[in-house]
Unconditional design. Structure first.
Length: 531
């Protein structure tokens, strides 16, 4: 692809995704529609992707950013339901949905149908996780959905490779497929375990945030490539490394963490936007290549596959939820209070997304010189399944959660726990400060010493103030009022600095230094939330 069309694709995708944030329409749907509309604009080039570079290019950074922000402790605490969903369900869906497509679609070979099953088997739980957090679902459901989305990709890609080998006539068998899956899984985890410690050591020993973040951008590609080189699961290698680095991110300096958060949010935003835009741009090409399958037939097959995907998830989720509890008293005692509403939400939160699209794009154009059997039909059914799940399940998940009246997170208890943790940390910091000030080598003028104590006291009280009464005039808590006033003061300072620069009393370099200082103070005053 030439540079100009690529730049237009990235810029256009970002504009549409940004505009979607101001509308009730989910960004993926608007991006697909915009991409489809763009194909009818004269002069728009054909956007095609080489199948052999899609997975190595798109998956590693998307997986890395999701895994770094995940909780290793939550994943470990919910390893059983996560394993049932990310391994058991994906394999079950691959076989059942694939065989169903083989029965429904005339002329579709069983191997191609299993390729389709593997492609659309893994749910992309990012959207479901975002909704769960916004609506305050119990942390356990959120952790299970997030853990599933991290590991299920490895299962799906391995199943995809086995089905692809069978479609290519390379003699893949059930026993061989199981063996390949085991080798890929163990190998991927092993590569991740080998890489995570030296990569973390390198991150903590690089002294510049710029170098550390450059390394951060390379890490997912290095882990993926190293695992794939030894025929292991690159996905699992990336997830293992990212979970470890995320769990120990506190050991990296603050400048690196601030930059890294911003950089990876941007990378994830661009990649996801581009992939969904490519769906719309590719749809006319895929439709033209459906061959013997007419438009009406293809729509019917798409509807049937979508229904199968939804039903099969419920068929798996309910037994996987209740059967272990029926068989094990220990599980019943450890996980009490599970109602039927929980598996309903988990079952409905099965939206497909970027991963399915990335895998579908990687299907080779030819096999031994001949066109891959029904490749365009598989792509079409993947596209329609992703779009249908985003529309039907994505738009109705939030109303369903409200209808079921599930118990919400106890925000008061969480804020109280945060306040208690901050109080303990502040007490330790205060003791350390007094110990340091008692040493003559750390002598400070009294105003500066008092300023350190004031900053510490501010941190200690900030969380408690969120629990306090609100201002009757504005409806704000004391903490919110403080942050608002701090922002007004900092804005006034910025205005003065710019005026001084314009009058040539300070130069641009000094202005940037002063602005950076204010930016850090403003970041400290405001509680930042990921969005």
């Amino acid at each position: 692809m030439d540079a100009l069309p690529l730049l237009v694709l990235i810029a256009g995708s970002a504009v549409v995704a940004g505009a979607a944030r101001r509308t009730p329409v989910p960004a993926p749907l608007l991006l697909v529609a915009a991409g489809l509309a763009a194909t009818y604009v004269p002069g728009v080039p054909d956007y095609t992707l080489r199948p052999d570079i899609v997975l190595p290019l798109l998956l590693p950074p998307l997986l890395y950013t999701a895994a770094v922000d995940s909780s290793y402790l939550d994943l470990r605490a919910n390893i059983r339901p996560v394993a049932f969903l990310s391994v058991g369900y994906v394999l079950f869906a691959t076989v059942v949905v694939g065989y169903f497509a083989y029965l429904v679609v005339p002329g579709l070979t069983l191997t191609s149908a299993l390729v389709l099953g593997a492609v659309i088997a893994p749910p992309d739980a990012v959207a479901a996780t975002a909704i769960a957090r916004r609506l305050g679902l119990p942390p356990r459901i959120t952790a299970i959905l997030q853990g599933e989305s991290l590991v299920n990709d490895a299962t799906a890609i391995t199943a995809f490779k086995v089905a692809l080998a069978a479609a290519a006539g390379e003699g893949a068998s059930w026993a061989g497929g199981i063996a390949e899956f085991a080798v890929a899984a163990v190998g991927g985890v092993g590569v991740g375990l080998l890489l995570m410690v030296p990569l973390h050591w390198l991150r903590t020993h690089l002294k510049e945030a710029l170098l550390q973040n450059t390394l951060s951008l390379l890490i997912p590609f290095v882990a993926y490539a190293a695992a794939e080189y030894v025929h292991a699961s690159g996905v699992l290698a990336v997830v293992v490394v990212a979970l470890y680095l995320g769990h120990r991110s506190w050991q990296v300096d603050f400048a690196t963490r601030i930059q890294e958060h911003a950089v990876w949010r941007m990378v994830s935003f661009i990649l996801e936007s581009v992939v969904f835009a490519l769906i719309g741009l590719q749809l006319p090409y895929v439709l033209r290549g459906l061959g013997p399958y007419g438009g009406g037939e293809a729509v019917w097959y798409a509807f049937a596959v979508f229904v199968a995907v939804v039903v099969v998830r419920f068929v798996w989720v309910f037994p996987a939820t209740y059967l272990p509890r029926f068989l094990s008293r220990r599980i019943r005692e450890r996980e009490p209070g599970v109602t039927w509403a929980s598996p309903v939400v988990v079952g409905w939160a099965g939206m497909r997304g970027v991963v399915s699209l990335a895998i579908a794009f990687s299907i080779p154009l030819t096999v031994h010189g001949d066109p891959f059997p029904a490749r365009n039909l598989v792509l079409f059914l993947t596209f329609t399944t992703v779009i249908a799940t985003l529309v039907v399940q994505g738009l109705t998940l939030a109303p369903l959660i409200r209808l079921l009246k599930m118990p919400k997170r106890d925000t008061y208890a969480e804020t109280l726990a945060e306040a208690q943790a901050q109080s303990e940390a502040s007490a330790a910091a205060e003791a350390r400060l007094e110990e340091l000030l008692a040493d003559p080598r750390n002598a400070l003028p009294q105003p500066l010493a008092d300023r350190l104590r004031t900053v510490l006291e501010r941190r200690r009280n900030a969380v408690w103030e969120r629990l306090g009464a609100v201002n009757e005039e504005t409806g704000e808590s004391a903490d919110a009022t403080y942050r608002r006033l701090a922002g007004e003061m900092i804005a006034a300072e910025r205005t003065v600095f710019v005026e001084l620069r314009d009058r040539r009393r300070i130069d641009d370099e000094m202005l940037r230094t002063l602005m950076r200082r204010l930016d850090l103070e403003e970041a400290a005053a405001y509680r930042t939330e990921s969005g």
